[in-house]
Design a protein around this ligand. Structure first.
Ligand code: COA
Length: 437
């Protein structure tokens, strides 16, 4: 018998407008990841005159520009650990702050105060008969920000699924509750072209039966999954899953039966896709949502035998240094979980880490830019180091890096570059290595 009665919490039920008035004018406010509490954010933007550079900390945000709109820098200082489309203009203009950091480290840095957190704003499901709400489709660091903040505000969204794993909080852990139902943001499956298909097929060739997979979102991960339908007993231990993973599951290729830990379960820290994915994870014990300091911790990842991770890159230089997060000095996204999984997979028994990229980026005027480059673009950070990198794949093939000398790396990478750029890369390699060719 439960003692929970929602009536006991009526005193902390407020409107969104009321809730955001309690935010101190220069506080550090943390937003729940991706499926953020939209009603609270909208109320905060409407209440902006009351703030004096409130720091808004977040990773990926979907939706239009709001906090970062020009002029709002008087009221908000956006602190971005992973940028989406709505943050890039402010980053380019220098009106928002970028904070480099690994995804798995977020809960620890919040706990230790290096990522200060005075106020947390998260979205949760409706309470169950015992008063527990679920963080739903984004468990990652939500538990930690709620438990660290001096003021914890929840938007109770009746449309949010309840999920299994670490994402359960008791309603008594919040200071204010705002009831507002909002649709979840949906990401449609990307178009998969011939380049993605070729890359996917190369990747699939490296993935053995019984492997456990981490695959990000986007055309290339989905293309990889197109070629895995005939594999047996694959497992999922991945920062996130989306619609492509469900297709593969429905083909019977994913059983998790040979996982070293969490046998039979898909382990994720968030999901992002269409309503189909959100319905799939609702009240489904097959998918366990664990906090990101578990899912993305290299020490946890390495415990899976045959762990294979597939991630994307902006550019790779001839030494195998990977930039996955910026175009020169222009911060485009963030390190996210890439290095977490690259390191974890490299340490796993039989593990492989794969960096994928089309051989060229095509500018709006049709100009091709090689993504295999002699030097990273001026100002670009190294996301995955030349020591950590393992396999690099373009539509032209697979370049092995582990155990290879700088000369061999240059050779292997030139061979998978776009043919239009191979001469230029060969010339640069010849300048460095007498015996190139
Ligand atoms: N030079 C100039 N422009 C480039 C470029 C280069 N070397 N590489 C890409 N671009 C441009 C593209 O043309 C595209 O421009 P557009 O938006 O005008 O079409 C844009 O940059 C984005 O490139 P795209 O290849 O479409 O990116 P993506 O959406 O596939 O994302 C990453 C690729 C690398 C940014 C993304 O995977 C990422 O952020 N990775 C780091 C985090 C991570 O790996 N997390 C773990 C997995 S969840």
């Amino acid at each position: 018998m439960s003692n929970f009665d929602m009536k006991d919490y009526q005193s902390i039920v407020v409107s969104a407008e009321e809730a955001v008035k309690r935010i101190p004018k220069d506080a550090n406010v943390w937003l729940g990841h991706i499926s953020e509490p939209k009603a609270l954010v909208a109320a905060m933007v409407a209440n902006k005159e009351a703030y004096d550079r409130v720091k808004v900390w977040h990773l990926l945000r979907l939706g239009p520009e709001d906090i970062t709109l020009p002029g709002n820098e008087r009221y908000f200082l956006d602190k971005i650990i992973f940028a989406g489309g709505n943050a890039r203009r402010a980053l380019a203009a220098g009106t928002a702050d970028f904070v480099p950091g690994y995804f798995h480290d977020v809960p620890k840095l919040v706990r230790e105060g290096k990522y200060p957190c005075d106020v947390s704003m998260v979205q949760v499901s409706t309470p169950d008969e015992n008063g527990y709400v679920s963080l739903g489709v984004n468990v990652d660091f939500g538990v930690q920000i709620v438990r660290t903040a001096k003021i914890a505000i929840a938007q109770i969204n009746g449309k949010l699924p309840r999920t299994f794993g670490d994402g359960l909080l008791h309603i008594s852990e919040f200071d204010y509750l705002v009831f507002a139902d909002d649709d979840l943001d949906e990401i449609q499956p990307p178009a998969i072209g011939d380049v993605e298909k070729a890359i996917g097929e190369h990747c699939a060739g490296l993935i053995e039966d019984g492997s456990t997979l981490q695959l990000g979102i986007g055309g290339i991960p989905d293309a990889v999954m197109l070629f895995l339908g005939h594999k047996k007993d694959l497992g999922i231990h991945s920062e996130m899953i989306s619609d492509g993973t469900l297709d593969l599951y429905e083909k019977g290729a994913i059983t998790g039966a040979l996982k070293s830990e969490n046998v039979g379960k898909m382990i994720v820290t968030f999901v992002m896709g269409t309503k189909r994915v959100y319905d799939f994870v609702d009240n489904n014990p097959l998918v366990e949502f664990r906090t990101v300091d578990y899912v993305n911790h290299p020490v946890i990842i390495m415990r899976q035998r045959k762990m294979v991770c597939v991630n994307a890159a902006m550019e790779v230089d001839l030494q195998g240094q990977v930039c996955a997060e910026s175009i020169g000095l222009w911060q485009f996204s963030g390190v996210g979980g890439q290095v977490d999984f690259v390191r974890g997979a490299s340490m796993s028994d039989g593990g492989k880490s794969i960096i994928t990229l089309p051989s060229v980026a095509v500018k709006k005027d049709g100009t091709k830019i090689s993504k295999i480059v002699p030097f990273l673009t001026h100002g670009a950070p190294v996301t995955t180091s030349r020591v950590d990198v393992d396999y690099v794949i373009t539509e032209y093939g697979i370049a092995e890096m582990k155990g290879k000398s700088l000369r061999e790396r240059a050779q292997n990478l030139t061979a998978i570059a776009h043919p239009d750029f191979r001469d230029e890369l060969t010339e640069e390699a010849a300048r460095r290595f007498a015996e190139f060719l």
